[in-house]
Design a protein around this ligand. Structure first.
Ligand SMILES: O=C(O)c1ccccc1N[C@@H]1O[C@H](COP(=O)(O)O)[C@@H](O)[C@H]1O
Length: 205
């Protein structure tokens, strides 16, 4: 993708067939299913398999994990059939290496400064807020923020009203959203999903 093309957009935390259909129909590049425990968006492997089965091959399906063992990530990924693994824990490069050796597409989520995408062997880097999925933004607009080299996604408190400015300010390759497309915590809004995708798509870096 060239710098002037439309940004990559992932819509995360989907729990219903209708929301998956809306996100895919509105042009999402990726959809996420949360396997991390304790979230209002958590789904089990059977539900994720049902939802992922609705997603066409050109759209990436992502399982979202936090602080879970390699064995659990492997099991949930295989049982659900999602194609990509997004890790929010404090896993090190060895952990990534183990999953990478099995051919999984890896997204490394972090709230700390990173010089370049790919340092742990991940396919995509995701810069997120310290409390992922909370809808709270972080200081991506501050002068202290330095964007990493390479392809990276921005997340944390994005919504249809701020995603364009966030993309322009940071130069992120793509964006990821959950709370900002919900009408109440854990319940997606089809209108907000469509509005977010339109706003992001219309932004050219
Ligand atoms: O969405 C969750 O509940 C979640 C739980 C645990 C780890 C990650 C989670 N979601 C990720 O958080 C951001 C979205 O944040 P926001 O709600 O838009 O502020 C995104 O990367 C999700 O994949």
């Amino acid at each position: 993708m060239s710098e002037s093309s439309a940004p990559f957009v992932k819509i995360c935390g989907l729990k219903t067939a209708h929301d998956v259909d809306v996100a895919v129909g509105a042009g999402a590049d990726a959809v996420g299913f949360v396997f991390a425990p304790g979230s209002p968006r958590t789904v089990d492997a059977a539900k994720a398999r049902e939802l992922a089965g609705r997603v066409p091959a050109g759209v990436l399906t992502v399982g979202v994990f936090r602080g879970q063992s390699v064995e659990e990530v492997r099991r949930l990924t295989e049982e659900s059939g999602v194609r990509s693994v997004q890790l929010h824990g404090d896993e090190g490069p060895e952990y990534y290496g183990e999953l990478r050796a099995e051919g999984r597409t890896l997204i490394r989520a972090t709230a700390t400064a990173v010089a370049a995408a790919g340092e742990y062997g991940e396919d995509l880097l995701l810069l997120d807020a310290p409390d992922p999925g909370s809808g709270k933004p972080w200081n991506w607009a501050s002068e202290e923020f330095t964007a990493p080299r390479g392809r990276w996604l921005l997340a944390g408190g994005l919504d249809p009203d701020n995603v364009g400015a966030a993309l322009l300010a940071t130069g992120a390759w793509g964006v990821d959203v959950s709370s900002g497309v919900e009408r109440e915590r854990g319940v997606k809004s089809p209108e907000l999903i469509r509005a977010f995708l339109a706003a992001a798509r219309n932004t050219r870096r």
